[in-house]
Design a protein. Structure first.
Length: 140
């Protein structure tokens, strides 16, 4: 809830607000002893799973640090690209190298790449793990 709290936060609100809005809409539950124990156990299990996912992401980040990508594009005689290079081409090249990446997790620092040259893309592997992958655009 905006201006109130995030998921899994324990907050104190007025009784009427909780009873008439938050609980019926499914945004909150009553913080009984049983509900608090279940909540603590869920947080503990989620933290364990999150730590495992972060370890896997860190291992993949170590492998991606040494990767450099080359993307071929049709260009004019002056080095201008017909069209532009985007995250789809970068994701395809990473897949060819054996790294299965979703294009939504890749961000290019420049808005539009319209010229031949060297650039950097940021790959988000986890909420806390990002790695920069250099890539070069060459003329085909």
């Amino acid at each position: 809830m905006p201006n109130l709290g995030h998921k899994d936060d324990v907050i104190t609100v007025k009784d009427g607000y909780a009873r008439n809005y938050l609980i019926p809409k499914g945004f909150a539950i009553n913080a009984t002893k049983v509900a608090r124990k279940v909540h603590e156990e869920n947080l503990r299990q989620r933290a364990h799973k999150e730590a495992q996912l972060k370890d896997v992401a860190l291992e993949l980040a170590e492998k991606l640090k040494d990767v450099s990508i080359t993307i071929g594009a049709k260009t004019s005689t002056k080095g201008k690209i017909f069209g532009s290079v985007n995250t789809i081409q970068i994701a395809e090249e990473l897949t060819k190298l054996g790294f299965e990446m979703d294009r939504k997790n890749i961000a290019i620092k420049e808005e539009l790449i319209k010229e031949v040259g060297k650039y950097t893309a940021t790959v988000k592997l986890h909420r806390e793990v990002e790695v920069d992958v250099p890539f070069e655009i060459i003329s085909e």
